[in-house]
Ligand binder design. Sequence first.
Ligand SMILES: Nc1ncnc2c1ncn2[C@@H]1O[C@H](COP(=O)(O)OP(=O)(O)O)[C@@H](O)[C@H]1O
Ligand SMILES: [Mg+2]
Length: 450
Amino acid sequence: MRVLVVGGGGREHALVHSFVRSSLTPQVFCAPGNAGIAAEADCVPIGAEDVPALLDFAARERPDLTVVGPEAPLVAGITDLFRERDLLVFGPDAHAARMEGSKLFAKEVIGEAGAPTGAYTRHATAESAHAALARLESYPVVIKADGLAAGKGVIIARTAAEARASVDDMLVAKSFGTAGDVVLVEEHLVGSEVSLLVLCDGETAVPLAPAQDYKRIFAGDQGPNTGGMGSYCPVPGFERKAVDAAMDQVVEPVLATLKRRGIAYRGVLYAGLIVTTDGTKVLEFNCRFGDPETQAVLPRLQSDLLELCLAAAKGELAGATPVWTPQACVAVVLASAGYPASSHKGDVIEGLDSVATTDGVTVYHAGTAFAGGTSAGGAAAGAGTARRDVVTAGGRVLAVSALGDGFAAARQRAYEAVARIRFDGMQSRPDIAERAVRAEAGEASLFPAS
Ligand SMILES: Nc1ncnc2c1ncn2[C@@H]1O[C@H](COP(=O)(O)OP(=O)(O)O)[C@@H](O)[C@H]1O
Ligand SMILES: [Mg+2]
């Protein structure tokens, strides 16, 4: 069995780490991978967005399954091209990936499905958006670019001036290019967010354990948004009943609506939920595994992830029931100097060896490379060659994931491991999963009473 994973971040390292432990004993390729993935799989120097080169590689090597990590190649239609060549692939086709690729499309589907979500209006001109803002009675309001914007296309505007400036930035200055051709003005919802990742095979939908992530760079949710500075799984107070309700009220109706439109959704449908005093609503959908949620979800999964992904890709998910350890998992992201405005490359990372052998701890690599070498190094990093330093090569560098009996134990383990890793300018949040520890102890609830 040969498996190709597309991508080179922490999410892809987590996928590779699970796949190489599968009872199917696959040979795993990863394009492009990173310095951590190179220790577990064969890295192929092809970028995750170089769809023609990925297709050539797959046509040559004929992997039995390809799993696509990031959204950009999915929205660009990578799975359509693979399926045309009879290559089995895990991930939605270009039509289905519009659930992430177009926030307007997602809102239309959510509306048609009757799933609860924030009210919105859509605008293709600044005049139209300004008129909608002028009718507003209160702030904040949320301004969203329709298309993919690498996590930067959502502005929570606290004042009318800020909202107008955001609209002009998107629709007039075209700061997001064509992704900002259409803008949504959306009701601001208040509550606690939950990420629910759902495996789909076109017929059957199987939820994974819910997770929460941290988007802001600084402790106490201060500072600018990032790709994600940490996560944990499960979510105290969002138990089986809440997952079932989200499946019934959000995920299943949305999948049924897509189907009515002729779209069979295969792959991960990631529901970004918010639990408000007025019930659980959907904020957005993504078309792939979440990063860094995956780094906290997968360590708890006791079932064979590769078997689940194969079943999803083949339309054979019916009856699948993933098994989870009762332990909690906490993932702390370590980012490079300057992140999220910029990232710093080439800083030597120390302490990885000492953490590698710590019980219950897994270090997933994201923006890492070998010093002075090709980015991922491929097989050259293996036995027989001199050990090379691992250096920073991106914004988010590592995710330190720890399992423990309860959140307090998992969190302590994660931060003990973090304390043994260092590189110049290393940034991490000190408060990841603090609120989960409090919720677990019964000191505070993560969710508003409804
Ligand atoms: N309607 C809303 N009300 C309150 N917060 C929102 C709303 N929409 C988005 N957000 C906040 O902005 C973040 C990013 O928005 P999202 O729709 O997930 O876009 P993306 O992940 O593509 O940047 C959300 O996780 C949430 O914290
Ligand atoms: Mg989001």
